[in-house]
Write a protein that binds this ligand. Structure first.
Ligand SMILES: Cc1cc2nc3c(=O)[nH]c(=O)nc-3n(C[C@H](O)[C@H](O)[C@H](O)COP(=O)(O)OP(=O)(O)OC[C@H]3O[C@@H](n4cnc5c(N)ncnc54)[C@H](O)[C@@H]3O)c2cc1C
Length: 394
């Protein structure tokens, strides 16, 4: 007979590295099944709650995981269904697609700010199950699948299962694979328009209640209205990896930097340039990285990865957070079902490869579609093909 869950409850230590959406969801589902575990998170509760950006949570992945965590109803109460609205334009402001749902019906991909999602998860978690300020630095494999974990603050823990939910630059990943993240060819400059709802009604009426995507000439201005009334803006460029460091734009002088960014969008519509003009002084650069598509590794007892740590992909399908949470749910339920680390990890990893690899491929295709000479028309055509496919299936 197989081991039972109670064996996991009594005799084993499980550590989760990283308290992002994936790690928190895993800990919560294990908590619901009375399986002990601890999250080691390098940041602090306030920083996790404060992280910005809005995420759409999909019915067939992120929402499934929230259901397993017992939080689906609470999520529905704070989710922004109007955030699903979309405006797709080119550099002249010509509209290629406009989605506005005023039927009051609940769509399948409501939005939530990342901070609000993490707060929802954190508030439901027993505080004993998460340790903040513990930066994981290395793990030593021991006998029988155990690992000795080392943290920057000197803490050492020996565990039976360690789960790497530590994001794109996972420190646990090298124990399972030599693969590492590669630069995707896309760099972003993140800007914020504080209190746009009250301060910039012209931009709000253009942007609408959800996302605005302006694409032309292999560049983009991507904007999302967040729940707190700010607009988060991502200026996006196909560029060499060192562009963000070598472009000579002084980010510590925001007015000068914004002037330089405006020059890069010189021939774009004035309303689109307002996304740069109205932005505050906080400017953050990001390179978009991805793991090799279809990455797998030899399964090992006592260690696995989930979310971005296992399948970092381009964000242009909006799948990342949803897959992290789905992974968490599949892994937790596999542990509950098998009560044995070897079998449950093998089963989880097999399923995770199956559903994440095609989505990683689609996300990569989507990046290429967005940042084409005629990104707006390519993205519109793609939406229409998808709708046609859905109708044919239906
Ligand atoms: C610009 C941009 C836009 C995006 N937009 C979307 C979107 O619209 N929809 C979507 O689904 N996804 C989006 N994503 C992707 C999404 O943010 C990620 O896929 C998701 O956050 C992954 O969750 P995770 O829990 O696996 O990892 P993370 O969210 O990266 O969490 C990892 C956690 O581990 C902690 N950690 C890291 N290293 C250590 C360490 N050494 N020790 C201890 N703790 C550690 C971190 O502090 C963090 O809390 C976007 C990403 C980017 C860059």
């Amino acid at each position: 007979m197989k081991n039972t869950t109670s064996n996991l409850q009594k005799n084993n230590r499980i550590a989760i590295i990283g308290g992002g959406p994936g790690g928190l969801t895993l800990a919560l589902i294990l908590q619901r099944h009375d399986i002990d575990c601890v999250i080691y998170e390098r940041g602090f509760a306030e920083s996790i709650r404060d992280q910005g950006g809005t995420l759409d949570i999909h019915k067939d992945s992120g929402q499934l995981a929230l259901k397993e965590a017992g939080l689906l109803e609470a999520f529905h109460k704070i989710a922004r269904y109007e955030g699903e609205d979309l405006l797709l334009v080119d550099k002249h402001g010509t509209v290629y697609r406009k989605e506005v749902d005023d039927t009051g019906k609940e769509g399948e991909r409501p939005e939530i700010d990342r901070g609000a999602l993490c707060e929802l998860l954190l508030n439901a978690l027993d505080p004993q199950r998460i340790r903040f300020g513990y930066k994981f630095i290395a793990a030593t494999p021991l006998e029988n699948g155990k690992h000795e974990l080392h943290f920057e603050n000197g803490h050492v823990d020996t565990v039976d299962l360690v789960v790497g939910a530590d994001g794109a630059f996972s420190k646990l990943r090298p124990l399972l694979t030599d693969a590492s993240v590669e630069y995707s060819g896309l760099s972003m400059v993140e800007l914020n328009i504080e209190d746009a709802v009250n301060q910039h009604s012209d931009l709000i009426s253009f942007n609408g209640r959800g996302s605005m995507i302006a694409l032309s000439d292999n560049k983009g201005i991507l904007a999302q209205l967040n729940g707190n009334g700010q607009i988060r803006v991502y200026l996006s460029f196909c560029a060499d990896r060192n562009w963000v460091d070598m472009n000579g734009i002084p980010l510590d002088k925001p007015q000068v930097a914004k002037h330089e960014f405006l020059k890069l969008f010189d021939d774009w519509d004035e309303m689109l340039k307002n996304y740069i003009r109205y932005a505050g002084d906080r400017i953050v650069t990001r390179r978009i990285y991805m793991l090799p598509i279809g990455l797998t590794w030899e399964s090992r007892k006592g260690i696995t990865l989930l979310g971005d740590a296992g399948h970092l992909m381009s964000p242009f399908m909006g799948e990342g957070v949803n897959l992290s949470m789905l992974d968490a749910s599949v892994l937790a339920l596999s542990l509950v079902k098998y009560g044995d680390f070897e079998e449950s990890i093998l089963s989880y990893e097999r399923r995770m490869y199956e559903y994440s690899s095609p989505l990683a491929e689609m996300s990569d295709d989507s990046l290429k579609r967005f940042f084409d000479d005629n990104g707006a028309s390519r993205v519109r055509d793609w939406f229409e093909q998808m709708e046609q496919g859905d109708q044919n299936e239906g």
